[in-house]
Design a protein around this ligand. Structure first.
Ligand SMILES: *[C@@H]1O[C@H](CO)[C@@H](O)[C@H](O)[C@H]1NC(C)=O
Ligand SMILES: *[C@@H]1O[C@H](CO)[C@@H](O)[C@H](O)[C@H]1NC(C)=O
Length: 639
């Protein structure tokens, strides 16, 4: 636009163009690449720019727009540094994180990510970064002053300068990175000034996308999300706002934030195990049923995020190493994952190393039908009206599902389970007493600190009360022992016997037994990190969420409608054997209100096999591979 005519017209046009772009913020699920699955935290400027160039050439034509640097870009990559180490971060005089100049040489002389963002923009892409909650422990320890961006000097209020120690809330350290970051007190002007100084700087660097971590799910910090969202709204630069992690997220929780953000995770970290893929089905169904897909968002829309796609050439979680191994999912499992992510309209963020992308992976993430569904389909829901026939087990033959009922046998084990083992077993080590200044105290299981986003499993510690003199014997017997409660207030105690396994899901349902002075319910914490049960003398251990022997069975289906009236129908086989899955044409209308399919016949094509199923008028049926998916495009005409 040229500033030639009257200034009022120009102002009008400027406002108009701003309005248009604002309304379009995240109008379709964002798509891009994120460095975490292939580099963990270790990516360098050279590796990032090489990747961005390839994304620009090979993925941008397929709608992949954002190139996101994931966590710890400010951490020096030197011996001793790892995801929860303390003291290796590069911060400026105002306590703000700045890129590690050894890994990001162009950031020297206070330039931050400016040059990187410029290069990314010249490639036609958008630049994204990961940031953590609040303020770093390092800045708090250094007690740095706070920048007031309105004056360019140290923040002053009530006649004094405020510093990092005034605003950091030590009791609210990030649960999965205890040593790294803590919440900021947003009730203080100084706290708000600090947060503002961060996001204004990101905008000055040219950042287009912020993945704000350790503020959602089990780590919810609504005050910080709300304030950051306000800051972003006021900036001239439209920044897409993404929240993480997604452990423990419910539609009710998401309804508090969706209008403030553009995408938010709804599960824990997704890695390349079958259990992780399966764990997305239920929660995704719940979010689409709750109408959260494409709901109102910050200056546009918001999207429930199923996490990056860990396909192709990868690293491991919490690793100090770059990409070095292949994805562990079978090709059928990868088809299931990409099909579900597309049918649910999740943001698609590819996680593999784009410099070493194999043809099969490239084919999956650029499949035109999947991408069309992901961007433009509507009415996306789980479709419960399917039947399955298992060709190997007689008793399972044609186990018809009642209309409208959800499968119950496909539920993944979503929670780690607690069981007992010998106290001498190293697998029993991993408990620690948390929040020492908090009452009641918590005892938590931390499998691996580097296990990004996996929420620790915590129980509340309560001394068992002694009522009268008669209890003296009891007191002696159980000195130093305590009850473990699911929540700080309940009267239900963890009850363990060697025969029983307790999952944290049972805990939330309240199936702990009423507290008693019973050896079965009494526990003792050993300094070596074990938790001994007084009755059995055995120790509690948690079985990993990512256990290899996850058994998940059942079939699932999703439905959606396309821009040209076509119907998309996906079948998912979670069974460990090939299964025939069927749906009748007359049932399709049950999930597609307003669509007339009376006596319809449909032209059917299956995407993964490329098979033309011809004209179908009764039911559509196909064998689906172990852990695989079928995806039909149906063009139907009513009779
Ligand atoms: C991938 O699978 C192999 C073989 O099953 C296993 O040894 C390895 O630990 C797996 N890697 C990851 C990261 O899960
Ligand atoms: C931990 O300490 C307890 C109590 O001293 C002991 O019985 C147990 O063998 C120890 N376990 C391990 C794995 O070192």
């Amino acid at each position: 636009m040229q500033i030639v005519f009257c200034s009022s017209l120009c102002i009008f046009l400027t406002l108009l163009s701003h309005r248009v772009s604002s309304e379009g913020h995240a109008s379709i699920p964002p798509r891009g690449w994120n460095s975490y699955d292939s580099f963990c935290w270790t990516i360098s400027e050279q590796e990032y720019l090489q990747s961005a160039e390839i994304i620009s050439n090979r993925l941008h034509p397929h709608g992949y727009e954002y190139a996101v640097v994931d966590y710890l870009w400010y951490r020096r990559k030197v011996p001793g540094a790892y995801p929860d180490s303390l003291g290796f971060d590069v911060i400026d005089e105002w306590g703000r994180m700045i890129p590690d100049p050894d890994r990001w040489p162009s950031s020297k002389d206070g330039k931050g990510f400016t040059e990187i963002a410029n290069k990314v923009h010249s490639l036609g892409l958008k630049f994204g970064i990961h940031v953590m909650r609040g303020i770093s422990t390092q800045a708090v320890n250094a007690n740095t002053p706070i920048l007031d961006i309105t004056t360019g000097a140290a923040y002053e209020e009530s006649g004094r300068q405020w510093t990092a120690k005034d605003i950091g809330i030590k009791e609210r350290a990030c649960a999965w990175m205890q040593n790294g970051f803590m919440s900021v007190n947003t009730k203080l002007g100084a706290g708000r000034a600090f947060l503002k100084s961060l996001y204004v700087q990101y905008a000055e660097w040219g950042v287009d996308f912020v993945k704000h971590d350790c503020v959602f799910g089990d780590d919810l910090d609504l005050d910080e999300i709300t304030f950051v969202s306000e800051v972003l709204k006021e900036l001239d630069r439209p920044i897409l706002y993404s929240l993480s992690p997604g452990t423990g997220v419910t539609p009710a929780m998401a309804k508090k934030v969706n209008g403030l953000v553009n995408m938010y995770r709804i599960t824990g970290d997704d890695w390349d195990t079958w259990g992780d893929v399966v764990s997305h089905f239920d929660i995704t169904r719940d979010f689409s049923t709750a109408n959260m897909v494409g709901a109102t968002g910050l200056m546009g829309k918001s999207w429930p995020d199923l996490d990056m796609l860990p396909l192709g050439w990868l690293t491991d979680q919490g690793s100090n190493e770059g990409p070095h191994r292949n994805c562990n999912l079978t090709l059928d499992e990868q088809k299931t994952q990409t099909t579900l992510w597309s049918m649910a309209k999740s943001p698609l963020m590819f996680g593999g190393d784009v410099r070493n992308i194999d043809d099969a992976t490239y084919g999956l993430i650029t499949n035109p039908t999947l991408l069309e569904i992901n961007s433009f389909s509507s009415n996306n829901l789980e479709f419960p009206y399917i039947t399955s026939a298992n060709s190997f087990k007689k008793e399972d033959q044609l186990s018809t599902l009642q209309s409208g009922r959800h499968l119950t046998d496909g539920r993944p084990p979503q929670t780690p389970s607690l069981s007992l083992t010998s106290c001498a077993d190293v697998r029993a080590i991993g408990w620690s007493v948390e929040a020492l200044d908090q009452d009641p105290k918590q005892i938590c299981w931390r499998e691996k600190l580097s296990n990004k986003h996996q929420a620790p499993f915590c129980l509340y510690k309560r001394e068992s009360h002694v009522a009268s003199d008669e209890d003296i014997g009891y007191q002696q017997q159980y000195q130093g022992k305590f009850h473990l409660l699911a929540t700080g207030r309940s009267e239900f105690c963890l009850h363990a016997s060697p025969k029983r396994k307790i999952t944290s899901k049972e805990q939330s349902r309240g199936s702990f037994s009423p507290c008693r002075r019973d050896a079965n319910q009494l526990w003792e914490f050993n300094p070596n990190g074990t938790l001994a049960n007084s009755y059995s003398s055995q120790c509690a251990t948690m079985n990993s969420l990512k256990a290899k022997n996850v058994i998940s069975t059942g079939v699932r289906s999703w439905i959606a409608t396309g821009r040209k009236g076509e119907i998309y129908l996906a079948f998912f086989n979670l069974n460990a054997e090939k299964t025939v899955i069927s749906a009748s044409i007359s049932d399709l209308a049950k999930a597609l209100p307003g669509k007339n399919l009376n006596g319809a016949s449909c032209k059917a094509n299956e995407i993964w096999s490329g098979k033309d199923f011809g004209i179908i008028s009764q039911s559509i049926s196909t064998p689906v591979e172990i852990h695989g998916a079928a995806l039909f495009v149906l063009n139907c005409v009513a009779a």
